[in-house]
Design a protein around this ligand. Structure first.
Ligand SMILES: NC(=O)c1ccc[n+]([C@@H]2O[C@H](COP(=O)([O-])OP(=O)(O)OC[C@H]3O[C@@H](n4cnc5c(N)ncnc54)[C@H](O)[C@@H]3O)[C@@H](O)[C@H]2O)c1
Length: 249
């Protein structure tokens, strides 16, 4: 179900990791709602696939290869934007899962560099590129249920995703007077290409632990992003919205 009827006509969004998975659905939903989107992703293959699937949106969408962990790459992408930004969706993220005892420093560094420092790089790089005249500037960052509750085998990921919530609250305090709101979304278990390839019994066993009895869909997250990006959500600031079917209840 992805027929949320917000209009984003004349609104400009940057979606990191917007070429695949949840980010691709966020990109598609903004485009369907009339917005312009710059898709920032580091995977050449994902960018090409997204380009093919979104060709009907023409100049509404642009595709930029950028590594959010690399400040030069972010600066170059920011300078190529054809418009001032209204909405930033910090969505790109990776995992390098291991128990704490087995986790290497490289696995720690990789996840912190993309999932935490990457959001600093992008938000800092775009701060002056936001539409100064807009009273509805939005920073929406994808955290995780794991950032709220921790998870076995995900020390690096849990630390980064908890950090995203701290950054969001601080942006909310510092930037509120400048016409921004900053909010985070904490998805639960979302069905992506990876989970769709899993055996039905394994999916059913996971779904049985979720009160609404199903995995989340990428559109469940995109719908929440569009709501937080809308002008109607103007009084929500510094919040973390759980979109997890009640998995931790
Ligand atoms: N899938 C889930 O169940 C789930 C649950 C909670 C949170 N999340 C979060 O949602 C976000 C999206 O997850 P997903 O499942 O769609 O992942 P995904 O792997 O399907 O897509 C992530 C996209 O980000 C891009 N990316 C990764 N590192 C990048 C970098 N350094 N620079 C630019 N682009 C980069 C990838 O190329 C890819 O296109 C992530 O932040 C993830 O942590 C996902």
């Amino acid at each position: 179900m992805n027929n949320v009827s917000f209009s984003f006509k004349n609104k400009n969004a940057v979606v990191t990791g917007g070429a695949a998975g949840i980010g691709f659905q966020i990109t598609t939903s903004f485009l369907e709602a009339g917005g312009n989107v710059a898709v920032w992703d580091y995977s050449e293959q994902a960018l090409q696939s997204a380009k093919d699937q979104l060709s009907k949106f023409g100049s509404q969408v642009q595709f930029v290869q950028v590594d959010i962990g690399n400040r030069d790459s972010v600066a170059k992408a920011a300078s190529s934007l054809p418009w001032a930004v209204d909405i930033l969706v910090n969505n790109a993220g990776i995992t390098r899962d291991k128990s704490f005892a087995k986790m290497t420093a490289d696995e720690w560094d990789a996840v912190i560099s993309t999932n935490l420092t990457g959001l600093f790089n992008v938000t800092k790089g775009l701060l002056e590129k936001f539409n100064a005249a807009s009273a509805h500037k939005r920073i929406i960052s994808i955290s995780s249920v794991v950032g709220l509750y921790g998870n076995f085998g995900q020390l690096n990921y849990a630390a980064a995703k908890a950090g995203v919530i701290g950054m969001t609250k601080t942006w909310g305090k510092e930037l509120g007077r400048k016409g921004f709101t900053a909010n985070a979304i904490a998805p639960g278990f979302i069905a992506t290409a990876m989970t769709k390839a899993m055996p039905k019994e394994a999916i059913d066993a996971m779904a049985a632990k979720i009160p609404v009895a199903r995995l989340g869909d990428t559109s469940d997250i995109a719908n929440a992003v569009l709501f937080l990006a809308s002008e109607q959500a103007a009084y929500i600031n510094g919040a973390t919205l759980s979109v997890d079917g009640g998995i931790v209840l």
